[in-house]
Design a protein around this ligand. Structure first.
Ligand SMILES: [Zn+2]
Ligand SMILES: [Zn+2]
Length: 148
């Protein structure tokens, strides 16, 4: 489910994607992108900042926000918004749904989406459905085991 490609630093796509949006690859943007790919647990900007700071002590929160914005703009990272709480960041650009553990708050990628064709949703006249963003709620394996 979690594709962890620990391939050698392939910054070609990163540079390309940034350039495509008229942005430059900076060491900070590279670092923030790396942090997101290292552990795909959908961290908040605060968490990204804490992790990036480990390797780049001089990085500021404002810079992290700026980097996240840049990565979202060029389509390398997407924002994930929970019903409540801070925005999280996901570097998985494949179509996927998010599973939220109601107990511990973890967010997991589920590589399955509901296509508008499959979903039997009756919309009022005039509406046209293009895609469905599903948020699944429940318990993660750890919390489910504890809840027994
Ligand atoms: Zn959990
Ligand atoms: Zn995700």
């Amino acid at each position: 489910m979690l594709t962890h490609s620990k391939s050698a630093k392939s910054d070609g796509p990163l540079t390309e994607a940034l350039a495509h949006s008229g942005l430059r690859l900076t060491p900070q943007r590279q670092q923030v992108h790396e942090v997101l790919r290292e552990k795909m647990d959908h961290p908040t900007a605060d968490q990204v900042f804490m992790r990036a700071k480990h390797k780049m002590p001089e990085i500021s929160m404002a810079t992290v926000y700026n980097c996240l914005d840049a990565l979202v703009t060029c389509g390398l990272v997407r924002q994930v918004t929970l019903d409540r709480g801070a925005t999280r960041y996901c570097p998985n650009m494949q179509d996927h749904s998010h599973f939220y553990c109601d107990e511990c708050g973890s967010v997991y990628d589920i590589l399955q989406t509901i296509s508008p064709e499959d979903a039997d949703i009756k919309l009022p006249r005039g509406f046209r459905l293009k895609n469905i963003e599903t948020n699944l709620h429940g318990l993660c394996p750890d919390c489910a085991a504890k809840a027994k």
